[in-house]
Design a protein around this ligand. Structure first.
Ligand code: FAD
Ligand code: FES
Length: 321
C-alpha cells in the first residue's frame, strides 16, 4: 500500500474531537494564522507567523502543512514571505478534501497545526536580464516571489497572469509594483487580454526580441502550453512541477517526474525544471492516479460535516478503516 493509499485507509481520515483539535474543529496548538483573505469562492490566502521559516524562505520553495492533528500533508508553494514580520503567506485553492477542510477551519486568529519547510531547491534568479513571469490558476500567487526576486536582481520583468474572469483577479497592485510590464489575461475577456497566457507570452516575445527566460507556474496543461510556445523561439523556460507529494524529502518516490528522459524527484531535485525537457503526459497521468480515492475521501468528509451540522454531539464512526 502506498503512502497515498493510507489517506483513505488509515486513521488520517477519521473525524475526531480530541487531542489538539477541539469539538468545533478549532486547532489549539501550532502556528498562528495572522490573516486570511478570501479571493474567490475557492481561493484563499493565509498569512502564518513562522519567523524561522520566513528567514530561511526563498522564491520557488514550498512548505508541507498539516492543518489539524488528523489531516494529511499538503504541499503548498510559499507565495510570499516577510522576514521583518516573520510571516509566510500561502494561497490555497480548495479542490478536494484536505484543502476544503483547511478552507473551513483555518481562520485568522486560529492555528495551523503543523508546517515544515522551506523545501525544494530555490529558483535560480540571477543571470537573466529580461524575463517573462507567467502564472495561471493556482500558479498566480507562487509566481509573485519569483517576479520580485528577478526585479531585485536587476532584470526587466514582464508579468503575464491568467484568470478565468475579472472577479477572480487578485494581487494586481502587488504584481504591478515589481513588474516593468504587466498583462492580465482572462478567458472571457472581462479584463485585460481575452485569451490564454500563451497569447500574452507571444505578444511579449513579439515586442521584445531579447527575452532571456520564461518562468511559468500553473496547472500542468498550462505549463506545457507555455513550454511549447517558447520552444519555437528557443527561449529558456522554467516550470514548477506539482506532482503528488507525500514526505517531501526524497524518501517515498511519490513525486517522481520524467525530465529529459531521467527520473527526478520534484521535492528534492525541483520543483523547478526545464520546461522543454519535462514529460507532461506522464505528470498528468500520475496526478490522475488516485482520483477515485480522492473523490471518496471528499464525499465521506462532506457527509461527516453534514451529519455533524445536524447533530453536533454525534460520534462519527471510523468508516474508512
Ligand atoms: C510543490 C507543490 C506546490 C503546490 N503549491 C500549491 C499552492 O501554492 N496552492 C495550492 O492551492 N495548491 C498547491 N499545490 C497542490 C496541492 O498540494 C493540492 O491541490 C492538494 O494536495 C490537494 O489535496 P486535497 O485533499 O484537497 O485534494 P485531493 O482531492 O486529494 O486532490 C485533488 C488533486 O490535487 C492533487 N494532489 C492531491 N494530493 C496531493 C499531494 N499530496 N501533493 C500534490 N498534489 C496533490 C492531485 O492532482 C489531485 O487529483 C502544490 C503541489 C505541489 C506538489
Ligand atoms: S514527496 Fe516523497 S520523494 Fe518527493
Amino acid at each position: 500500500m502506498s503512502c497515498r493509499d493510507k489517506k483513505i485507509d488509515g486513521e488520517s481520515e477519521k473525524p475526531r474531537h480530541n487531542r489538539q483539535t477541539n469539538h468545533d474543529g478549532i486547532v489549539a496548538s501550532g502556528f498562528s494564522i495572522l490573516a486570511r483573505t478570501d479571493f474567490s469562492e475557492n481561493t484563499f490566502l493565509l498569512e502564518i507567523l513562522h519567523p524561522a521559516m520566513a528567514k530561511a524562505a526563498h522564491p520557488g520553495q514550498f512548505v508541507i502543512v498539516i492543518s489539524n492533528d488528523h489531516s494529511e500533508r499538503i504541499p503548498l508553494t510559499i507565495a510570499d514571505f516577510d522576514r521583518e514580520k516573520g510571516s509566510v503567506t500561502l494561497v490555497v485553492q480548495a479542490v478536494g478534501k484536505s484543502t476544503r477542510e483547511m478552507q473551513a477551519q483555518c481562520q485568522a486568529g486560529g492555528k495551523m497545526f503543523g508546517m515544515v519547510g522551506p523545501m525544494g531547491i530555490p529558483s535560480h534568479v540571477s543571470g537573466s536580464q529580461k524575463v517573462i513571469c507567467v502564472g495561471g490558476g493556482l500558479g498566480v500567487a507562487p509566481i509573485f516571489p519569483q517576479a520580485r526576486a528577478f526585479k531585485e536582481a536587476g532584470a526587466y520583468v514582464i508579468g503575464v497572469v491568467g484568470f478565468r474572469s475579472r472577479d477572480l483577479i487578485f494581487w494586481e497592485d502587488k504584481f504591478r509594483s515589481v513588474c516593468d510590464e504587466f498583462v492580465i489575461c482572462t478567458d472571457d475577456g472581462s479584463a485585460g487580454l481575452k485569451g490564454l497566457v500563451t497569447q500574452g507570452i507571444e505578444n511579449a516575445i513579439k515586442a521584445h526580441d531579447d527575452i532571456d527566460e520564461v518562468v511559468a507556474i500553473g496547472p500542468p496543461i498550462m505549463m506545457r502550453a507555455c513550454a511549447e510556445t517558447t520552444r519555437a523561439h528557443k527561449i529558456k523556460t522554467t516550470v514548477s512541477l506539482n506532482p503528488i507529494m507525500v514526505d517531501g524529502t526524497g524518501m517515498c518516490g511519490g513525486c517522481r517526474v520524467k525530465v529529459g528522459g531521467r527520473i527526478r524527484f520534484a521535492c528534492v531535485d525541483g520543483p523547478d525544471f526545464d520546461g522543454h525537457e519535462v514529460d507532461f503526459d506522464d505528470l498528468m497521468m500520475r496526478l490522475q492516479r488516485y482520483k477515485p480515492q480522492e473523490q471518496e475521501a471528499l464525499e465521506r468528509w462532506s457527509e461527516n460535516c453534514r451529519r455533524l451540522a445536524l447533530e453536533p454531539d454525534a460520534v462519527i464512526e471510523d468508516e474508512g478503516s
